[in-house]
Ligand binder design. Sequence first.
Ligand SMILES: NC(=O)C1=CN([C@@H]2O[C@H](COP(=O)(O)OP(=O)(O)OC[C@H]3O[C@@H](n4cnc5c(N)ncnc54)[C@H](OP(=O)(O)O)[C@@H]3O)[C@@H](O)[C@H]2O)C=CC1
Ligand SMILES: O=C(O)C1=N[C@H](C(=O)O)C[C@H](O)C1
Length: 249
Amino acid sequence: MNVRVAVAGATGRLGTLVCQVVEETPGFELVARLRSTSAPEEGATADVLVDVSHPEASAAIVARAIERGQRVIVGTSGWSADRLAVLEASLAERPGSGAIVVPNFSLGSVLGTALARIAAPYFDAAEIIEAHHPHKVDSPSGTAVRTAELMAEARAAKGLGPIEAPFAEQPARGELIAGIPVHSLRLAGVVAKQEVRFGGPGEVLTVTHDTHSNEAYRAGIRAALTAAAGCEGLTVGLDALLGLGGATA
Ligand SMILES: NC(=O)C1=CN([C@@H]2O[C@H](COP(=O)(O)OP(=O)(O)OC[C@H]3O[C@@H](n4cnc5c(N)ncnc54)[C@H](OP(=O)(O)O)[C@@H]3O)[C@@H](O)[C@H]2O)C=CC1
Ligand SMILES: O=C(O)C1=N[C@H](C(=O)O)C[C@H](O)C1
């Protein structure tokens, strides 16, 4: 029997691609294309709900799906560590429920974040610069937030203090996320880009990832779909699904 999938945000840039991937993947069936005007009960018969909607709508869409007993894939940005902790607690209250939150479906981006996490304990200075298309409604990007949180976590795990961020109170120094300055650009001509720059005595290491088209997300969406039907509890990121667990540990 096919896995029945509903997509929230189906009319959007990412949602259009998610619907295509569902339709072209054997064993999956697209049963609902949801948008901002869809009634809450639409998509209720699906086994899996994929949320790729709006950062302000995502939490309620996900909570409703979990209450219905649906497995959930979240691609929408805005899922900071605090929100993830609430989601994890709500999944723990419902044995057998599961959600996969994917800050970025692109393999290169997942690897870029993994490399930044590895490098973070070795440099006391670091900043993140992300650039996106001008239609992106949120800043900083979900990927930048997740990268900063993982970098801070990697330092704390080794007993190190926060990244150095001199004069961080000055507005042009970016927004501090987990103690790391994050700078957001919104520019015509850009799809998505992230640079993590690490500064050390006499050297700078830059981890850069460029997304040139939404095609970069296709394989990651397929991997998340394949894992979703049987997922339990909270999975964040594609690292484990892509076999990168060791690289980011
Ligand atoms: N994880 C990843 O790899 C990626 C994540 N993203 C994230 O996905 C999200 C969507 O991005 P993108 O596709 O570019 O956005 P778009 O603006 O192109 O599409 C947004 C979609 O969400 C719907 N929507 C908007 N507001 C609401 C609401 N209040 N309730 C329910 N649905 C709503 C829209 O419906 P309507 O047509 O009716 O307005 C539309 O279907 C963003 O958070 C973005 O950061 C984007 C790319 C990759
Ligand atoms: O809105 C986008 O386009 C993207 N959003 C995600 C984010 O906020 O990190 C993922 C990717 O950067 C594209």
